[in-house]
Ligand binder design. Structure first.
Ligand code: FES
Length: 103
């Protein structure tokens, strides 16, 4: 378990997402009505970057084949995605965004 500062909460408006590059893989950070959430940025269907897709509410749509995931749980919500994406705890500390990322 290791908490990593990845930005400031003012960096992302509600409805926006962005890629966070880590050494081993890329993560995606989302700001939705319920707060900030983080997942792997790699679609489990064919390794597409999810942060290049679209975010509607709590659901990110993959730009390659249109599969979808709930960013709060990582669970797939639309075919062809059937394998969940990894999720990571997010905390806001004095306006800074921290992700608990285990490499
Ligand atoms: S690569 Fe994401 S749905 Fe196919």
């Amino acid at each position: 378990m290791s908490w990593i500062k990845v930005g400031h909460e003012s960096d992302l408006a509600v409805g926006e997402m962005k890629q966070i590059s880590m050494e081993e893989e890329d993560l995606a950070l989302y700001h939705i009505e319920e707060g900030f959430f983080a997942t792997s940025d790699v679609c489990t269907h064919a390794a597409q970057s999810l942060s290049q897709g679209t975010l509607q509410g709590a659901v990110v749509a993959c730009p390659r084949h249109g599969g979808k995931f709930d960013v709060r749980t990582g669970q797939p919500t639309a075919f062809p995605c059937v394998i969940p994406i990894a999720t990571y705890p997010v905390e806001i500390r004095d306006g800074e965004i921290w992700i608990d990322y285990d490499e």
